[in-house]
Structures are given as C-alpha cells and as structure tokens.
Design a protein around this ligand. Structure first.
Ligand code: XMP
Length: 505
C-alpha cells in the first residue's frame, strides 16, 4: 500500500491513477490527516499544491515519522516543501516555469532507469528551489530549472519539481515505477482478481450472517457492487430495483431480466405513478431532483422494511466521490455537486457497506469483467438518477416521457447500429418546450422540437460534443421525424462543457 499525501493539487487524483495502473494499491489522504500508524504503507508520495511554501498559510504537516524513515517521493510543492523546511531555500522564479521541459541528467540514479536523456517533463510552478535541503544531491536539471530533481544522501528521499503523473511527462509512469518498485520495493500485486478475492473475504467476515439491502440502478457501479456482495453472502443480499417511470424505453424490464439472469436476488418495484405524481406541475430542475430524491427514499424505505432484519445498506460509491468528500479545499479546488442519492432516514439505522469505495471507474469495469459480468452492461453510458425528467424541459407528463423514450431509443439504437456507441461517453435526447412549424405531405404541422446530445468525456467534469458523421445525423433525424408522432424538427447540440453542461437542466 502506498500513501499519497494530498496538498490540494488538481493532479493528485492523477498520481493515484498512475500508481494504480502499475497494479499498486494506493490511498490519498489529506496532508493534515496523517495516520498515526504508518506500518501498512511501503512508500509515501507528496503531491503538488496551489499554495506556496513561502506563504503564511503554507500547509505544514510534521513529516518526522516519514522523512528518512521510509521511501518518500516529493512532487512539485512536495519538492519545494522539503527544500524550504529542511535547510534549503525556495524563492519566486524569474522565468515562467509552465509546460514542456526536457530533463538533463546530472547523475546516474535508479530513479532514471530506462528513462532517456532529454525526456520530456511537464512543469507547473511559480516558485523555484534555489538551494537544496541539507544533504541534497542534485540528480537532474532542465534548461530553466536547475534543481529539477534531487535526492537526500543517506535516505530513500527523492524530490522532483515536475509532474510525473501528467500525460505530457513522457516517462512519468516509468519514473513512478522506478521509485515504487525498484527503490521502495513495493509489489505490483493489485489486480482485479486479487481485489475480488480480498474483497469477498473481507465482506464475508464483516457481514457474517446478517442481511444487506442494496438499490440497483442498472448502472455499472451498483451492479458490480451487487455482484461482489452476492459472491460474498449469496441470498443474504436483497436488491431493490425501482422503476421511477423516467428510465429509457423498456429499460426496466430488460435490466431486471438481466439481473435475474445473473442470479441476483432482486425485486423490481414499479413506482412510476408515484414519481410522476410527485413531479406534477414542477418545472424547476432542482425541484425535480428534490421530488425524485424524496420519492426514491419513500419507495426504498417501504420496500426495505419488507426485508425483515436487514442491518446493512449496500452502496456503489466509488473512489472519486470519497476523495471529493475528504479532499483539501485549496484556492483552485473544483466544486462538484454530488449526484448520488444521499442519506436515508435516520431511523433506518443501517450500517453502510461500500465494496467499491477504493476504486476508480475504469477499475470498477475491470473488476466487473473479471467476475464475468456482460461487457455490454459494463460498457453502458452513464445515465442520470433523475432520468428523463431533466431531459424534458418544463413540466413532466406521462405523454412527454413516452415521446422522449421513443426519440431516445431511435438515437441510442442508431448509435449501436452504426458502431458509434462505444465512441461516445454519454448520449441522449432532450425534449424542448417549444413547437415549431413544419410541413408533412400537404399539411402544415406545429409540433415538438428535440435536441440530440452526444459527448466525449472521461469523468463528466469536462466534455466536448462528438463530431458525429453527417450521414448518421441525417439518418437519425429522418427516422425520428418519420417514426415518432409529435416531433417535426431535430437539432444537434454543439456546445462543450464548460461553459454548457452535459444535461440541459
Ligand atoms: P452535467 O449536466 O452537470 O452532468 O454536466 C455531468 C454528469 O452528471 C450526470 N448528472 C446527474 N446524475 N443525478 C445523477 O445521478 C443528477 O441529478 C445529475 N445531473 C447530472 C449527467 O448525466 C452527466 O453524466
């Protein structure tokens, strides 16, 4: 296990990603939350930070138990931190030190094994290290940065001014591997099947013979979480899959069948009318989300009461949500609103079990694949909890939902048919609250407009519209207008996020 101490850099998660890609398990903890017992950690990495070590508010944890006692790699702010607080000097730099640079090795070292001279690295800092800390040994420089990499003589302490975790540092992954595997001796044993095995054993001993309730959504996370739990405790797991009436066409029946085929103990609850009732007359997006959230809790509560003696609530929470909730809030920290159903009524008093809380999304997919879950299910686009309600601008009626389900199905089936589905991160149709004039045959029409949206993204935080082929858009537009009664115009959304968002509401 590797510990990454977070000083609030926007790249901290990326360090964790790169380490995990080496099949090495790692955890991110905020700089001010150092565990008292460090024995389970084999190495520590200090992240970058938006702060300056020279400022009054410099983040200043006590590294006494770490520095010189175990392998330590300090990145960017970390490197400056070691210089500033351990006998060196940090000052504002005279030249800009952002972007591309090339490493010139000053001394041969295991840190640079298999990394060529002039290797491209990525810089992003405004302070510079003028004097190395006590016992510092210079390892590499760049054209503008003399002290780009150093180590501390007699310790397994390394420091680098550049960011090995970003894609533009060409040999960054190799450098992390050199530090973790060659220098720190960490094993590369964190594989999907090892995770499955360990997690199942862990769940078995934690849950014993108690019962777990879990809400399935049809999405990747809740499904993989359910399968893991099912492997561990079998029929003690009770899954509830709620139809809120705002799912895609035939989604409820199809996914329910799929779950049953996987051997899951699942109850499908069709609560469409209850949700539609709660949504009646509401056109404000946040009010819609609230109404749906409340209805979900009511339905889930009613259903879970029927499962007598359940003591656990299973959830498909994944690592980015966990990191977000514990992260250092620096001046550049991004704020992401939490979309997951939060909080069940107090009186339910269920203990929470979250088997995926240490995994990133792509790791969840790989774990799912290693357990034999259908690749089609694992490759599904994300779909928002409030479903089609936030894709129907204005108030919601059953007729509008049915109409949008038809349009959406034509679009999504078309993407699959044309081999485009996997090239898109998320796609859907939006029903606009306006009518437009058209002509069909000899008749004037005055019908609905729908927008199509398809985006490329990695995490939904930023996104770009996908350049779908014109021929495809033409075909889909024809199909929608010909097949879906009530629609006479189709438009394609060409806005990126930011400044737009993925959903229209
Ligand atoms: P935006 O529209 O914020 O969407 O760019 C980013 C991602 O989040 C999804 N999304 C939601 N998911 N409940 C959810 O479970 C919500 O209220 C919600 N709003 C947006 C959206 O589909 C996209 O993947």
């Amino acid at each position: 296990n590797v510990l990454i101490l977070d000083f609030g850099s926007q790249y901290t998660q990326l360090i964790a990603r790169r380490v995990r890609e080496l099949n090495i398990f790692c955890e991110i903890l905020p700089f001010n939350d150092l565990p008292s017992d460090l024995t389970e950690y084999k190495a520590v990495i200090l992240s970058g930070s938006p702060y300056s070590v020279r400022s009054e508010e410099a983040l200043h944890p006590d590294l006494g138990a770490i520095k010189g006692k175990m392998p330590l790699l300090a990145v960017c702010y970390g490197a400056q931190y070691l210089a500033h607080f351990f006998g060196g000097e940090v000052a504002p730099s005279d030249t800009r030190e952002y972007g591309r640079a090339n490493l010139n090795m000053v001394q041969k070292d295991p840190l640079f094994e298999s990394i060529p001279e002039n290797s491209q690295v990525w810089m992003s800092h405004s302070d510079t290290i003028k004097v190395l800390p006590t016992n510092g040994v210079l390892l590499a420089s760049t054209k503008d940065v003399k002290n780009a990499a150093y180590k501390i003589d007699g310790e397994l302490t390394y420091a680098i001014q550049f960011h090995p975790e970003v894609y533009h540092s060409t040999d960054g992954a190799q450098l992390l591997k050199n530090f973790l595997v060659t220098i720190a001796g960490v094993e590369q044993s964190f594989t999907p099947s090892a995770f499955v095995e360990e997690t199942i054993a862990d769940l078995k001993s934690k849950i014993g013979n108690e019962k777990v309730v879990l809400g399935l959504s049809g999405g990747v996370d809740s499904t993989v979480a359910a399968v893991l739990l099912h492997r561990a405790i079998g029929t003690q797991l009770h899954c509830i899959f709620v139809n809120n009436g705002l799912l895609r066409k035939n989604e409820f029946q199809n996914v329910l069948k799929q779950y049953e085929g996987m051997g899951l103990n699942v109850k499908g609850v069709d609560a469409s009318d209850r949700f539609l009732d709660a949504l009646k007359g509401i056109d404000d997006p946040e009010q819609k989300r609230k109404a749906i959230g409340h209805s979900f809790i009511e339905v889930f509560d009613d259903e879970s009461k029927l499962i007598t003696d359940a003591t656990w609530l299973g959830q498909g929470t994944i690592y980015p949500d966990v990191i977000e909730s514990i992260s250092v809030k620096g001046p550049s920290a991004t704020i992401k609103s939490h979309h997951n159903v939060g909080g069940l009524p107090e009186y339910m008093k269920l203990k929470i079990v979250e088997p995926l809380r240490m995994l990133f999304k792509d790791e969840v997919r790989r774990v799912g694949a290693s357990m034999g879950i259908d690749p089609e299910l694992l490759g599904r686009h994300p779909f928002p909890g409030p479903g089609l309600s936030i894709r129907i601008l204005g108030d919601i009626t059953k007729e509008k939902v049915t109409l949008l389900q038809e349009v959406d199905a034509v679009f999504i089936d078309g993407l699959k048919e044309f081999g485009l589905y996997d090239k898109v991160w998320q796609a859907g149709a939006i029903l606009l609250p306006i009518n437009s004039v058209g002509v069909m045959g000899d008749e004037r029409t005055y019908e609905k407009v729908v927008a199509l949206r398809a985006v490329a993204s990695t995490d939904g935080m930023t996104a770009d519209w996908v350049h779908l082929p014109y021929e495809f858009l033409m075909e889909i537009s024809n199909r929608i207008i010909n097949r879906v009664k009530g629609v006479n115009r189709v438009v394609y959304d060409i806005s990126s996020k930011p400044p737009a968002t993925i959903e229209w509401e």
